[in-house]
Ligand binder design. Structure first.
Ligand SMILES: *[C@@H]1O[C@H](CO)[C@@H](O)[C@H](O)[C@H]1NC(C)=O
Ligand SMILES: *[C@@H]1O[C@H](CO)[C@@H](O)[C@H](O)[C@H]1NC(C)=O
Ligand SMILES: *[C@@H]1O[C@H](CO)[C@@H](O)[C@H](O)[C@H]1NC(C)=O
Ligand SMILES: *[C@@H]1O[C@H](CO)[C@@H](O)[C@H](O)[C@H]1NC(C)=O
Ligand SMILES: *[C@@H]1O[C@H](CO)[C@@H](O)[C@H](O)[C@H]1NC(C)=O
Ligand SMILES: *[C@@H]1O[C@H](CO)[C@@H](O)[C@H](O)[C@H]1NC(C)=O
Ligand SMILES: *[C@@H]1O[C@H](CO)[C@@H](O)[C@H](O)[C@H]1NC(C)=O
Ligand SMILES: *[C@@H]1O[C@H](CO)[C@@H](O)[C@H](O)[C@H]1NC(C)=O
Length: 357
């Protein structure tokens, strides 16, 4: 009903414009940062309460470079994060298209829940525009692919949303290692803060959980490894051909999950890893499960005969713990990581456990 109203409105407007078809902005127009609503100035990125995606979420295709020359120093960083942002934006856009206010109130959630998801979607559209604008005119701005997310109902959407927000907080923080100047680093902090507000809202209003996560969120320096697993949401072969490789550089890592019989992810729990893609373990070599929480990491022996390890009992059960399997204690280099990363959501623990299995 809503959609057909929009089509009628669209037809009426194009009729008013002397029957001219709606003209899509050209790549060169979108390349101009003054084209379209401006983040921080326009309310579009906070309070567009329509089902239709706000600009630039309503555009398709990569935005081509308008000049030739060497890339800007942070171009690869912004291209990577824009590739990730299309995945996040499209997740919320699909959610608000699939669900409506009653989908959430019927679960006993506040009647503002659907509207909050519209606002989060709007914020994410603003991030798309900010990242596009930060890519210099000599580099391509990646466009949207087609995406498929493993949610089947409002509850699984809510759980996945929490995982996506928390993962984005972690990779945005980790990306600061790649920032070539303080302005880029500060912009990343400011974006991470917005993702944190989304998480805090959902902890309070959706999960009725403790909204805080201890004094510091988790730092994981190899953020492209987190981006790599977001590729699972991309429909193979659906990206604009001009898009740069995502993530750049690509990561060749085995991935793992917690065994489906996992009954606790509290610190101190003994856990079994199930590999989704197979790592190669050398005979007689020691491997470690390295757990990152706050600004520290703790290495635990990883038993390659049973694929078992223990979540460090020393950690506070707040926020997230990021686990990788590495061939050196502390996973001191990106090449020491053999498998992972796995994001273990400690709060709310029941949601973390549901995602783990
Ligand atoms: C996208 O939305 C903006 C308004 O936010 C509008 O000006 C533009 O025409 C739309 N573009 C397309 C391709 O629909
Ligand atoms: C875009 O970049 C490519 C590769 O550097 C270059 O060949 C091309 O001329 C550039 N496009 C424009 C419009 O300058
Ligand atoms: C939400 O969608 C359901 C099923 O399509 C429909 O029955 C209900 O009226 C809708 N609620 C609102 C508030 O639009
Ligand atoms: C939401 O519920 C409150 C009461 O809890 C009510 O005052 C408000 O009008 C409702 N809003 C909507 C959009 O239904
Ligand atoms: C889970 O299953 C594995 C075999 O897949 C088994 O070795 C392990 O003991 C089980 N763990 C628990 C907690 O039951
Ligand atoms: C542990 O994982 C390796 C690598 O995927 C696999 O070959 C092996 O069968 C697993 N061992 C057990 C006991 O599940
Ligand atoms: C993990 O901690 C060790 C010891 O503090 C440190 O040397 C190492 O660099 C840390 N690993 C990462 C990936 O930050
Ligand atoms: C690993 O880190 C090095 C040094 O920062 C970097 O040059 C390299 O591209 C990284 N490799 C991957 C696969 O991310």
């Amino acid at each position: 009903m809503f959609q057909s109203k929009q089509i009628l409105l669209g037809l009426a407007l194009s009729h008013l414009a002397h029957g001219a078809p709606a003209v899509s902005p050209q790549s060169s127009q979108i390349a101009n940062p003054n084209y379209g609503p401006i983040p921080g100035e326009s309310p579009v990125y906070s309070t567009t309460y329509t089902i239709e995606p706000p600009f630039p979420g309503n555009t398709t295709g990569a935005v081509l470079n308008t000049t030739s020359g060497p890339p800007g120093p942070n171009d690869v960083l912004w291209q990577n994060i824009l590739g990730a942002e299309w995945i996040i934006f499209s997740f919320y856009q699909q959610g608000i298209t699939t669900f409506n206010e009653s989908s959430f109130t019927s679960l006993g959630l506040p009647n503002t829940t659907y509207q909050r998801f519209l606002q989060i979607r709007d914020n994410e559209a603003g991030h798309l525009r900010i990242f596009q604008d930060n890519i210099s005119p000599t580099s391509v701005k990646p466009g949207p692919c087609k995406y498929k997310y493993p949610f089947s109902d409002a509850e699984s959407f809510l759980a996945l949303s929490t995982l996506i927000e928390i993962s984005s907080m972690a990779f945005v923080t980790g990306m600061e290692y790649q920032a070539m100047d303080p302005a880029a680093a500060a912009a990343l902090v400011a974006v991470g803060e917005t993702e944190t507000r989304h998480t805090t809202w959902s902890l309070i209003d959706v999960w009725n959980a403790n909204p805080f996560s201890g004094p510091i969120d988790t730092v994981y320096p190899y953020s492209n490894q987190i981006l790599e697993f977001t590729r699972d949401f991309i429909v193979a072969g659906s990206c604009p051909p001009e898009n740069p490789v995502y993530p750049d550089p690509p990561q060749q890592l085995a991935t793992f999950d917690l065994a489906s019989n996992t009954s606790s992810i509290a610190p101190g729990s003994h856990i079994t890893a199930t590999f989704e893609t197979q790592p190669t373990f050398a005979n007689g070599k020691d491997y470690y499960a390295v757990f990152f929480h706050g600004k520290y990491n703790i290495s635990m022996p990883f038993d390659t005969k049973t694929n078992t390890t223990t979540i460090p009992a020393a950690f506070d059960p707040t926020g997230i713990i990021i686990a990788v399997i590495a061939d050196a204690e502390g996973a001191p280099t990106n090449t020491s990581v053999i498998a992972g990363p796995l994001i273990i959501l400690e709060n709310p623990a029941n949601v973390g456990l549901s995602l783990a299995t």
